[in-house]
Structures are given as structure tokens and as C-alpha cells.
Design a protein around this ligand. Structure first.
Ligand SMILES: C[S@@+](CC[C@H](N)C(=O)[O-])C[C@H]1O[C@@H](n2cnc3c(N)ncnc32)[C@H](O)[C@@H]1O
Length: 269
């Protein structure tokens, strides 16, 4: 980016922040630029300044951009090998004679927390009756989808394939054509609520926290507050799982010991 482009990019971000209620400073520039440039191509816009003008007059484009910035890509059993590595952790946690509290943060449309519930129900060595899952996200729309628990196979998403790590997914979802409805037995294990991992309060006494595929989009300075929220929410010895392409910020490494480094599973010191 040359200086003019950089200036126009900053002005665009400041417009998005003040007029569209999107806190762009949380996210890294490379991510924001990819999303904005994709919308610029779609709308045949040549530069950031012109795109800002378009946003000023076109409510529909503002919505499209917000949608595209909301990074809600997810799936059931995303990175199946990581879920396989999680089995022994869940077995060990439920072998102790007490309830096991799991937090999926961020949960997006619910496929991550439902995967955890299905894995617990599906594994004969996991006592699913002890598992309680809290799932949170900053975005109220994805939470509404999550609560419905209805997913569609489409050109880009194959739900049956996502559910393949289960012995027989028909035990946990009702399939009708391309529609998959998560059964009540699974839904009852998960409670959804809105929560902001950067600004929100820490929770308490969780045994296992998933924080996967958010950090990759977040600007370095906001990663530490996220890990502080997570550390405060985990009991000592509790586990953390991050995304397969993510790393712990250097400032937080003393707080977490690796349990399975390859699959990004840690234990709170
Ligand atoms: C790529 S999804 C990851 C979902 C799931 N953990 C996974 O790995 O498939 C990222 C989610 O983070 C949510 N998000 C973005 N900023 C957030 C914040 N500050 N606090 C909580 N959730 C946030 C988005 O709404 C989106 O649903």
C-alpha cells in the first residue's frame, strides 16, 4: 500500500468504526483489507476512497460489508484430528466424580459446542451426563442460529461429511434432504449467551475452554486481554484448546503448559 492508499484505508476504517458500529481496531489490517478488497471487487470500486463514498450512500452495501467482516466460518468437528486428540482429555475430566464445565468461545453458529456435546455422547468412555457446555459469541445473529441448531448442506458445506468423525451421526441429528436438525438430547447440553472476549468479564471455574479461530483475525494488542479472560475463567489445571494455526502470545506462555502441542491443547498452570 502506498501512502495515499494507506491514508484512504485508515479513513475508511474510521468511517466503519464511527458510522457502522464495527470495532475495526480489534482486527489485524491484513484481515480487514482482504475482506474490504473482496467487497470492492464485487462492487467494481477502484479505491478505498470510492468505496467509502459508496458506503456513505448505500445501506445495503454497509450490511454486506458487516456480514463479510463477521468471520463466522465454522464447522462440526473442524480439524477432526484435534477433536480426536481431545477425547483423552474429556475422558479424564469426566472420570473424576463431578460435573465438567466446558466453554466454547467463540461458538459462532453452534457447530463447535454441539460437536463437543456429540463427542461426549458418542464416546463410551466419556460420561456425558457430567458435561455442561456454555457457548458464547459476540454476534447475536449467529447465536440465534446456534440456538435453532438447524444446518443446511449446500454447494460449499457438506454437513454429513463434517459429522463423519461420529460412529453414526443419525444418533444426534435428524436429516431431511439437505437439512440437519440437532436433536434435543444434544441441545440440552449447551447454553448459549452473548459475550465479548475482549471487553467482557472473565467467567469462573471452567474445566475446558475452546478458543479456536478467532485469534488469527485479532490484532496483537488485543490477544493478551483475550487470554487474560480465558485464564481467569479456567480453574487451575483446566484445559485450553486453541485453533490449529494459532499460537499463544509470548506474554501468556508462562500461564499455560502444553498438553498436546501439535493439537494446541494446554493446561492452566
Ligand atoms: C471463525 S469463527 C470461529 C468459530 C469456532 N470457534 C470455530 O473454530 O469454528 C469466529 C467467531 O468469533 C466471533 N467474534 C469476533 N470477535 C469476538 C469477540 N470480541 N468476542 C467474542 N466473539 C467474537 C465472531 O462473531 C465469529 O462467530
Amino acid at each position: 500500500m502506498n501512502r495515499t492508499e494507506d491514508r484512504q484505508f485508515r479513513q475508511l476504517l474510521s468511517f466503519i468504526g464511527s458510522e457502522m458500529d464495527f470495532e475495526s481496531e480489534f482486527y489485524n489490517d491484513a484481515y480487514l483489507d482482504r475482506r474490504i478488497s473482496a467487497r470492492m471487487r464485487r462492487t467494481d470500486t477502484d479505491d478505498y476512497r470510492q468505496y467509502r463514498r459508496l458506503l456513505e450512500r448505500d445501506d445495503g452495501e454497509r450490511e454486506q460489508l458487516l456480514d463479510s467482516l463477521s468471520i463466522n466460518v465454522t464447522g462440526f468437528f473442524r480439524n477432526p484430528e484435534a477433536w480426536e486428540a481431545l477425547r483423552p482429555v474429556l475422558r479424564e475430566l469426566t472420570a473424576e466424580n463431578r460435573r465438567v464445565r466446558v466453554w466454547s468461545a467463540p461458538s459462532a453458529d453452534g457447530r463447535e459446542p454441539y460437536s463437543a456435546a456429540m463427542l461426549a455422547l458418542d464416546d463410551p468412555e466419556v460420561d456425558a451426563g457430567r458435561v455442561e457446555i456454555t457457548a458464547t459469541d459476540i454476534n447475536a445473529d449467529v447465536l440465534a442460529e446456534a440456538r435453532r441448531g438447524v444446518y443446511e448442506t449446500s454447494q460449499t458445506t457438506d454437513i454429513a461429511e463434517e459429522l463423519a468423525p461420529l460412529d453414526d451421526y443419525a444418533d444426534y441429528v435428524d436429516e431431511e434432504g439437505t437439512t440437519f436438525r440437532v436433536r434435543d438430547e444434544v441441545k440440552e447440553m449447551v447454553t448459549f449467551e452473548q459475550h465479548d472476549l475482549i471487553r467482557g468479564e472473565a467467567k469462573r471455574d471452567f474445566d475446558l475452554v475452546f478458543c479456536r479461530n478467532l485469534l488469527i483475525y485479532i490484532d496483537t494488542e488485543y490477544k493478551v486481554p483475550i487470554f487474560e479472560t480465558i485464564r481467569g475463567s479456567l480453574r487451575a489445571g483446566g484445559n485450553l484448546m486453541i485453533g490449529m494455526t494459532e499460537t499463544l502470545p509470548a506474554a501468556c506462555r508462562d500461564d499455560f503448559d502444553p498438553v498436546d502441542k501439535q493439537h494446541r491443547i494446554y493446561e492452566r498452570v
